[in-house]
Write a protein that binds this ligand. Sequence first.
Ligand SMILES: [Zn+2]
Length: 243
Amino acid sequence: MNKKSCLNCGHSISGEYCSHCGQKSDTSRITPHSLIKNDILGSIWHVEAKFFHTLKHISFRPGQTAMDYIAGKRIRYSNFISLLLILFGFNVLGYHFYEKFSPTEVLSEDILDIKNFFSKYSKTILFVIIPMLAINAYFLFKRINLNIAEHFIIGTVSLLGILILFLFDDIVSLIGLWKPVSKIFDFIDKIIFGLSVLFPAITYWNAFKKSYSKSGLLWRVLVLYVLMGVESTAISLILYAIF
Ligand SMILES: [Zn+2]
């Protein structure tokens, strides 16, 4: 029998990957063909495919995606935390792009003050959503028996969905600056904003619909929103008072 050994660590291998270090068991030399096919196109294609697969699943079945990930089906998805940073980066770019092209609004001193405060701390406020959702949901959905870290994953997926919608909203707002279509795009803009507010509810509903009755799930999601509203108001007031 022809036993191969791993070129990286020397462990003997039988499958497609080394069971010791995880390197591909392919032992052939790098050729111009393999360089283009596997190393360049292959890795780009692999990353892109995974990235869009993850975005698609988070958009259309966020709760199921989070629960899959928690249950151990992970290799099919991009890492959620890296995705969070990538989407956040795109959002910052999109917002700056929009601000550059949008006409400057005339705002009163007070509103300007609040607007500055929120644009300054929006990052903090946005990322605080994850632990807030996780802690509240941990107590509200006790029966599911997920630990706090697993609830963090669901919170992360909720925020990912919101960031995807915000990105979409930036594009819609940019197109809406063009006068002939501004009415219809303003309307789409409002729908997307509504969806982003509802996104955590959609996520929890999708995640736990098999574990609770409709009414049981409904009141829990409503209480989650009330708690989030009260807590985020309190946090904003505290931040506003301090800074
Ligand atoms: Zn190895």
